[in-house]
Design a protein. Structure first.
Length: 311
């Protein structure tokens, strides 16, 4: 179980970094749609082709992810040390590197923590990962563009009602339902996990945003994916991190098999933030990237204001 968790977290950390390459592509495709002059036959053909292309890209990405994860599994003891040091000592600047450089800098800065054999093994693995990452970067750019185009035409079907009928708890065990969203003009929902440095880095800024939104009839809500299914260890760690960062806004846990749980399970980049209306519908496109970056904060505020203007 521990090994599975480490491999999962490793994949999440990788996706945080790789996803930054695709953010500009995602925003560029927002609002794109099919031309009304296209015939039904052409639309169906295009849709089938796009779906097949997306499925093929995702399969290639999954295969590459598995190759990386297999390296972590084959040399578990050495990588356990790396991930432990990563969570404790990695600074925000390192997280902005590409994944192979990020791993290499973690190993090099903690070289004394490894035996000669471990260091040699890790170095070889990192070079293998570097090659894999080059392929992943290319495919994720293609996938991001393809999925964004598909999502533009089916957004209303896929994004509505995710939080309708919501039932869960806050991290103190108090029951929460969809009335949380009904009382707000807009609810900013931030998905994060404890081992994600950019996620942790924006918590204090999210707390500031929550205080600002209260005056505007809104609220910030956090969802730490490590806490789903009332995971006690995950909840304890999340609460400690929130306290250390001075973040007091509500964070939620719920069943991973619920509608929201499945939505959270499909998120490929962290942190991800969505806007939810009074009816529990996700409004607009998901926002990726920490709002501790001023440009990201400004973009998110524009989206929030757009929703508020419709109330």
């Amino acid at each position: 179980m521990k090994n599975k968790t480490l491999r999962t977290n490793a994949m999440k950390l990788k996706k945080v970094i790789a996803a930054s390459l695709a953010i500009s592509v995602l925003f560029a495709f927002t609002g794109c749609g099919n031309s009304s002059s296209t015939t039904n036959t052409k639309q169906e053909s295009s849709s089938t082709t796009e779906t097949g292309s997306t499925d093929e890209l995702n399969k290639k990405l999954d295969d590459l992810y598995q190759q990386e994860n297999q390296l972590f599994a084959d040399h578990k003891d050495a990588w356990d040390k790396v991930f432990g040091l990563m969570n404790k000592n990695t600074d925000g600047d390192a997280m902005n590197e590409n994944y192979a450089d990020f791993l290499a800098s973690t190993v090099e800065s903690n070289k004394d923590s490894f035996s000669e054999e471990e260091y040699e093994t890790l170095s070889k693995d990192i070079e293998t990962i570097r090659g894999i990452e080059e392929e992943i970067a290319k495919l994720e750019k293609e996938s991001a563009a393809s999925e964004s185009s598909d999502n533009a035409s089916s957004k209303s079907d896929e994004s509505t009602g995710v939080f309708k009928g919501f039932k869960g708890k806050d991290l103190d065990g108090n029951d929460v339902d969809d009335s949380l969203f009904a009382k707000n003009k807009v609810t900013v929902v931030n998905f994060w996990f404890s081992g994600c440095k950019p996620c942790v880095g924006e918590l204090s800024k999210l707390n500031e945003l929550n205080e600002k939104l209260k005056e505007m009839g809104g609220e910030v809500v956090g969802i730490n994916t490590d806490t789903l299914d009332n995971n006690e260890a995950g909840i304890k760690e999340a609460k400690e991190i929130l306290k250390a960062q001075g973040a007091s806004y509500k964070n939620l846990t719920f069943d991973s098999n619920s509608t929201v749980g499945k939505y959270a399970g499909n998120i490929m980049a962290f942190p991800t933030t969505v806007l939810v209306d009074k009816d529990g519908n996700i409004v607009g496109e998901p926002f990726m990237g920490g709002i501790d970056d001023q440009s990201n904060y400004d973009q998110l505020m524009k989206q929030i204001q757009s929703v508020l203007d419709q109330n």
